[in-house]
Design a protein around this ligand. Structure first.
Ligand code: F6R
Length: 369
């Protein structure tokens, strides 16, 4: 069932455009999100005072991306917490808390136990899940399925973009219900979301071969760092996780603003650093800060690989390599910026002769603690 692909992971990365498209499909009417499961909770959405997103691993990074959209579009405070941390403390939750779980498999033990715990405490639970009829959605008050299709490779790729998409649909719906977003604002964001699949396809078409070649060339690398700000920060974490997971090298993601608080000490000549560069059109201020972070690490000898918007020339003098993504609204950039990082992790693992679908020590769904 791999079709012509060399691995399930390669096939699943190629399906990232579809994963977004199918998660949106049939859920939009006249520029508004229409999901009957959600409409049943509209009274709750009007009354909630906080949202807690719980998940593990890549799903938690999708949650971190979703936090920016949820807060911006609904003005409800959002916390994102690893399920295994959440369930072993004494979180402040109640009937006005919405707990959103995210899980590709729907079977992750820690996430399941956290959902059960939240319910016992009186919170309403909503499950974002890719697997029909899995345990976590069955234990939740409401479900929004991602329609990424079955994910076989251990490393999660297409499910990640589908999870962000589902969170955005949720955020747009809740934003409308709470009167934070106008119909026009909702429609504009829906248009952005609907344009994403074609833009991901463009990244695959224009950058895949280039990134794979670059990854082969980096085959001996021992350590890679990833930097991002705002929605680029969880993407940096995701890029690092994927690299650890399938290529077994040291990788770490940082918020770019943290550099001076410690991580910059790691920079020595030749250290590869991926930097997720925000759009200069969307946020001139953030863009300027990231370019200055690039200059700081470059001055210390870092090898800079910038993931930047098409046409952003400001990065050119300081980057050794530029991976391009199409133009998109600020909140939508993560759905594009993550794609080169998925391709890179796969390319490096392949260059090292590793089995990208079945990395050592890992299982697709973690049904034990
Ligand atoms: C990373 C990865 C894991 C999963 C995590 C949660 O590529 O696959 O970090 O994201 O184990 O799994 P689910 O989403 O099934 O709960």
């Amino acid at each position: 069932e791999k079709g012509g692909w060399s691995s399930f992971m390669a096939k699943e990365v190629s399906e990232e455009p579809e994963a977004v498209a199918k998660t949106v499909l049939g859920r939009i009417r006249d520029g508004a999100v229409v999901i009957p499961e959600l409409e049943a909770l509209d009274d709750l959405f009007r009354g909630i005072t906080r949202v807690i997103v719980i998940a593990c691993g890549t799903a938690a990074y999708a949650g971190m991306v979703g936090k920016y959209a949820l807060e911006q579009w609904t003005r409800v405070p959002v916390d994102v917490e690893l399920a295994h941390e959440f369930r072993y403390r004494d979180p402040v939750i109640g009937a006005d808390t919405l707990v959103v779980s995210i899980s590709q498999s729907g079977e992750t033990m820690d996430t399941l136990m956290a959902v059960k715990y939240a319910r016992e405490q009186g919170a309403k639970t909503l499950s974002i899940c890719n697997t029909q009829g899995a345990t976590i959605p069955r234990e939740s008050d409401a479900i929004v399925y991602t329609h990424a299709g079955p994910e076989v490779a251990v490393a999660s790729t297409k499910a990640f973009v589908a999870q962000i998409t589902a969170l955005y649909l949720l955020a747009l719906h809740v934003g409308r219900v709470r009167g934070v977003l106008s119909a026009e604002q909702s429609a504009a964001n829906v248009r952005e979301l609907e344009a994403i699949p074609a833009k991901i396809s463009r990244v695959l078409e224009t950058e895949q071969a280039h990134i794979e070649q670059f990854a082969r060339w980096m085959g001996d690398t021992q350590s890679v760092l990833f930097l991002g700000r705002h929605v680029g920060y969880p993407i940096a974490l995701e890029g690092a996780l994927k690299l650890k997971e399938i290529s077994y090298i040291h990788a770490e993601g940082f918020a770019a603003g943290e550099l001076k608080h410690g991580p910059i000490a790691l920079i020595e000549p030749g250290q590869p650093v991926f930097v997720i560069v925000p759009s200069p059109r969307e946020s001139a201020e953030l863009h300027k800060k990231v370019v200055s972070n690039i200059q700081e690490i470059r001055a210390r000898g870092a090898r800079v690989i910038a993931v930047a918007e098409e046409g952003d020339a400001a990065v050119l003098p300081f980057a050794d390599e530029v991976l391009r993504i199409p133009l998109a609204g600020a909140l939508f950039e993560p759905l594009l910026a993550v794609v080169p990082l998925h391709i890179f992790a796969m390319g490096l693992a392949t260059a090292k002769g590793l089995d990208v679908d079945q990395p050592r020590n890992l299982a697709k769904s973690v049904t034990v603690e």
